[in-house]
Write a protein that binds this ligand. Structure first.
Ligand code: FES
Length: 126
């Protein structure tokens, strides 16, 4: 089969989970923070303005279990989790990581909050 749309170079998974006002649990989209509500659209518009939306696919997701560090987004490939996001950080991530190919280390989740992935085969029960 011949697909006219090539596979993306990157997927950006942006957590869009929101909690009602007054909920003790933090969430990546907060009713108390207008900026947190705008970040997904801001990122998508930036990708469009730069003309790279055809190869960088923004995806809205639910909670990725790093709520205390939100707003968060995961860049694939590379399994890079960016935390505590705002518009300025998203600008830099697009310029330096997505376009430039260099992970913006200072915005990456601390290693102790991320760790190494657990291989599924080590958990499979027979
Ligand atoms: S609400 Fe975004 S990681 Fe949990």
């Amino acid at each position: 089969m011949n697909y006219s749309v090539p596979q993306p170079a990157f997927y950006i998974f942006k957590c869009q989970q929101s909690a009602p006002l007054g909920m003790p649990k933090p969430s990546c989209v907060s009713q108390a923070s207008a900026e947190s509500q705008q970040l997904f659209m801001y990122m998508a518009q930036s990708l469009m303005q730069k003309g790279i939306i055809s190869t960088v696919q923004p995806i809205q997701t639910g909670c990725m279990n790093r709520c205390q560090l939100g707003p968060v987004m995961l860049v694939e490939p590379g399994h890079t989790m960016y935390v505590d996001l705002n518009k300025e950080k998203i600008d830099r991530i697009i310029e330096e990581h997505i376009i430039g190919g260099n992970v913006v280390e200072k915005y990456v989740i601390p290693a102790e909050m991320w760790g190494e992935p657990i291989e599924p085969k080590t958990l499979v029960q027979h």
